[in-house]
Unconditional design. Structure first.
Length: 260
C-alpha cells in the first residue's frame, strides 16, 4: 500500500502535473497540501475521471489540504486541530485533515512556516506543533496503523539541508522547531525517510529562486511519520524527485512510503 504526500503549491496551476504523477505512480492514498482553493473550487471530478475519490479542506488563496484514495472513498475523521491563526479574528486555517483508508489512519498536514522569526507567526508554528503532538499522542493510544504526513516546514537535522549556513536564520531550522519535531519522534513515531536514509542528503523542496533546482540546493521538510503498527509494515520509502524538474512543477517533490 503506497501512501504519498505532495505539496502541490496551487492545485489549479499544477493540475496537469498532479494528474500525471497520480497516473504514473498510482499511490493508494495521496495527501495534498497547499491546494490554495476554496472548497467549491476543488476539482474533484478531474480525479474521479482517473479513479480517485477525495475529501478536502480548502481556504481562499492559501493553505488547504486534501486526501485522495484510489478506488475507494476516504472516510473523514477530523478536520482542523482547533487552533486559530496568528491574526486576531482570523479563525482556524485549513491545515489538517484526518481520514481512514483501508484500515489505515491517514493524517495529512500543512504545518505553519513560522517566518519571520521571531514573531507571532513563529509563536503560532510552535503552538500548532504542540497541538499536533497532543493529537498524535491520542493516535498512538489507539494502537492502530497510522501515518502522519505532509509538509512539516521543519528541517530536522543539519544533514537535511544543502547548506546549514544558508538556512540558519530561517524558522524551519530554529532549535525550537527542531526540538518540537524531535519530541514527536520521541513519543514513538518513525520518520520513514530518515530511517531508510540515515546519512541524510535527501531533499523534498527546491526553491524557485537562484537556480536552486539546477544546483540541487534543496532541503527536507516533507515527512512521513509512522506509528509503531505502521512502522512494522514499512517496506520502502522515497522521494519522486524527477517530478520537480517537469514544466510548471511544484517547488516540492512527492514523498511516499510503501506498507506491506
Amino acid at each position: 500500500m503506497r501512501i504519498a504526500s505532495f505539496n502541490i503549491n496551487g492545485i489549479k496551476a499544477r493540475l496537469p502535473r498532479l494528474k500525471e504523477w497520480l497516473e504514473e505512480t498510482r499511490p493508494a492514498v495521496a495527501c495534498l497540501q497547499e491546494i490554495k482553493t476554496q472548497d467549491d473550487g476543488f476539482p474533484a471530478d478531474e480525479f474521479a475521471q482517473i479513479g480517485y475519490q477525495a475529501i478536502w479542506h480548502g481556504q481562499k488563496s492559501f493553505n488547504g489540504v486534501a486526501v485522495l484514495a484510489d478506488g475507494t472513498a476516504p472516510v473523514e475523521i477530523k478536520r482542523g486541530l482547533g487552533i486559530d491563526g496568528p491574526n486576531d479574528g482570523e479563525g482556524e486555517q485549513a491545515r489538517y485533515l484526518e481520514a481512514e483508508v483501508n484500515g489505515v489512519r491517514i493524517c495529512n498536514l500543512y504545518l505553519p512556516n513560522g517566518n519571520p522569526h521571531p514573531g507571532p507567526k513563529f509563536d503560532y508554528k510552535l503552538a500548532w506543533m504542540q497541538r499536533l503532538r497532543a493529537r498524535m499522542q491520542e493516535l498512538l493510544a489507539m494502537e492502530q496503523p497510522c501515518v502522519v504526513l505532509g509538509d512539516f516546514n521543519v528541517i530536522p537535522q543539519d544533514q537535511d539541508v544543502w547548506a546549514v549556513k544558508a538556512m540558519a536564520d530561517d524558522a524551519l531550522m530554529q532549535p525550537e522547531s527542531r526540538d518540537a519535531y524531535a519530541r514527536l519522534l520521541g513519543d514513538g513515531w518513525t520518520d520513514a525517510i530518515a530511517t531508510l536514509n540515515p546519512r541524510g542528503g535527501v531533499w523534498t523542496y527546491w526553491d524557485y529562486q537562484a537556480g536552486a533546482w539546477q544546483k540541487d540546493h534543496g532541503f527536507r521538510i516533507d515527512h512521513v511519520l509512522l506509528s509503531p503498527q505502521a512502522a512494522d509494515r514499512l517496506v520502502s520509502a522515497g522521494v519522486d524527485k524527477p517530478y520537480r524538474g517537469r514544466e510548471k512543477a511544484s517547488d516540492h517533490a512527492p514523498v511516499w512510503v510503501e506498507l506491506g
